[in-house]
Design a protein around this ligand. Structure first.
Ligand code: OAD
Length: 230
């Protein structure tokens, strides 16, 4: 049975109302990465970093999955082979659409992490620097988000999945951030068919055998229907 590995990025959640990072007016046009999304930024000004992610969490709580998230959940449910869903997104829209076992390689807004003892627990809606870790008591609570300069989660399993993939699809990601931007080349070299589904061609578009351009809410359900043979 065909094994399908999917990587999603901010573009799949854009039509749900979540800001992307690099589109015009995106998050990285409004905030400098080095101010809010690095371990150094958190050490320098944890209040600013918490404010940034509290705002992201508040935005994510108000939105609903769109037709693209729902289509991928349908694919996971109906495809006879394995469907591995890896996301760079920190929202929970894949889960809200019914997807199971989503690999959040860049962490999740729903999680809190102790920078001292590495304990993890569900994040409250509003996090603050003075919040104490429930395990060690340190006031070193941070969002469980993978920042620039940190190692994404689950990489060993993800590389393995890419090597076993018959099909690799990247959806709504600009191909700027590694290691995710290297997945297409890795899967392609291991023999997978590679396809990108995006609004515009990504930075690494040449790594894909096929490109389909359009809005995720339109082109992802079409692709899923074709894979399922509908
Ligand atoms: P980007 O903001 O870099 O790219 C979003 C992509 O989605 C772009 O290529 C857009 O063309 C596309 N897009 C926008 N609207 C779309 C729509 N309606 N349908 C389909 N595609 C659409 O976001 P990512 O590639 O996810 O990491 O960014 C990767 C990582 O960089 C993020 O996980 C985050 C960020 O810095 C960290 O914060 C560690």
């Amino acid at each position: 049975m065909e094994k399908i590995v999917i990587l999603t990025g901010a573009g799949i959640s854009a039509e749900s109302g979540i800001s992307t990072f690099r589109d015009e007016g995106g998050l990285w046009a409004q905030h400098a990465i080095e101010d809010v999304a690095t371990p150094e930024a958190f050490r320098r000004d944890p209040d600013l970093v918490h404010r940034f992610y509290n705002a992201r969490r508040a935005q994510a709580a108000e939105v609903a999955p769109n037709a693209a998230h729902l289509a991928l959940a349908r694919l996971q449910e109906r495809h006879r082979g394995e469907v591995v869903l890896v996301t760079q997104n920190v929202d929970a829209l894949h889960e809200a659409a019914g997807s199971r076992a989503v690999l959040h390689m860049h962490g999740a807004l729903a999680g809190a992490l102790c920078a001292r003892c590495e304990a993890r627990w569900p994040a409250p809606m509003v996090m603050a620097t003075r919040d104490a870790c429930p395990i060690c008591g340190a006031a070193a609570t941070r969002p469980d988000i993978v920042w620039f300069g940190e190692m994404p989660y689950g990489m060993e399993a993800i590389w393995q999945h890419l090597e076993e993939a018959d099909v690799f699809a990247a959806i709504g990601t600009s191909g700027n951030v590694y290691p995710a931007a290297a997945f297409a080349q890795h899967a392609g070299r291991a023999g997978a068919q590679t396809i990108e589904l995006n609004l515009e061609a990504s930075q690494n578009t040449r790594d894909f055998a096929e490109t389909r351009l359009g809005r995720a809410s339109v082109i992802v359900p079409e692709w899923v229907d074709a894979v399922l043979g509908n």
